[in-house]
Design a protein around this ligand. Structure first.
Ligand code: DC
Length: 227
């Protein structure tokens, strides 16, 4: 079995569209691996911040991305041996990640690392360019969208549940800025792949969204069975 025979479901979409929860739910239901590609950009942001690399030093940021010493283990993420799962979810890290992610050399540096997650029996890959750049041959591409208000409310609730203070208006403003930056950058902008199914989750629960994607996957298997 060659690596390109390992099926990929790509789930792309804007920040706080619920991709992470949904990707994990789909992966769990199918018994597949999961790639949280946003975590790699967040880790690059955190590592480069700790190394005091300025945001305009693209070669040094790409080097930091290439050299990331990271380990994903049972829901926890380690950077150079330190547990950083909560640290990388902070809004400041997300905002820096969005800036770092606009740099072509950084994206190139993370490409092979992302593709290495493609392991049997299958991969659910969550991000912005999974279906367009990283896994253009994904057998199912979903673009998970939700209204910005719904996304800001979800993010606000998540942060408060984690004991992190949050303000809805600030989140809405940051989210609009990030959406605009992610959608307008010259490399791998946030756009649905031509062959993606757009799914609006504004009025769906996480469970309903997972089920909708599993139904789409069943349809792929029915319409295009492979040995
Ligand atoms: O999904 P997230 O919020 O954890 O992603 C953090 C940032 O990383 C986001 O602002 C855009 C960037 N990103 C990207 O450019 N490409 C990806 N495949 C995933 C994330």
């Amino acid at each position: 079995m060659s690596i390109t025979d390992v099926p990929v479901i790509a789930i792309d979409g804007p920040t706080a569209s619920g991709k992470g929860t949904v990707a994990h739910g789909v992966a769990q239901a199918l018994g597949w691996h999961v790639l949280d590609s946003g975590a790699l950009y967040r880790l690059t942001a955190l590592a480069s911040f700790l190394q005091k690399i300025p945001l305009d030093d693209e070669p040094a940021l790409a080097q930091a991305a290439r050299n990331l010493d990271v380990r994903f283990a049972a829901g926890e993420i380690f950077l150079e041996g330190q547990e950083v799962s909560a640290a990388i979810r902070q809004e400041e890290v997300g905002n820096r990640a969005s800036r770092v992610a606009a740099l072509p050399a950084v994206r190139q540096a993370l490409l092979a690392r992302q593709r290495a997650f493609r392991l049997a029996p299958g991969l659910v890959a969550d991000g912005r360019d999974m279906g367009t750049v990283v896994f253009p041959d994904a057998r199912l591409k979903v673009f998970l969208d939700a209204a910005v208000q719904a996304r800001a409310q979800r993010r606000c609730k998540q942060l408060i549940e984690k004991g992190i203070s949050a303000n809805l208006d600030d989140l809405l403003r940051d989210m609009r800025e990030r959406d605009a930056r992610d959608a307008s950058r010259s490399v791998a902008p946030l756009v649905p792949a031509q062959d993606a199914t757009v799914l609006d989750s504004s009025d769906l629960s996480a469970e309903q969204t997972v089920q909708a994607i599993l139904d789409l996957w069943d349809k792929v298997l029915r319409d295009n069975p492979r040995p």
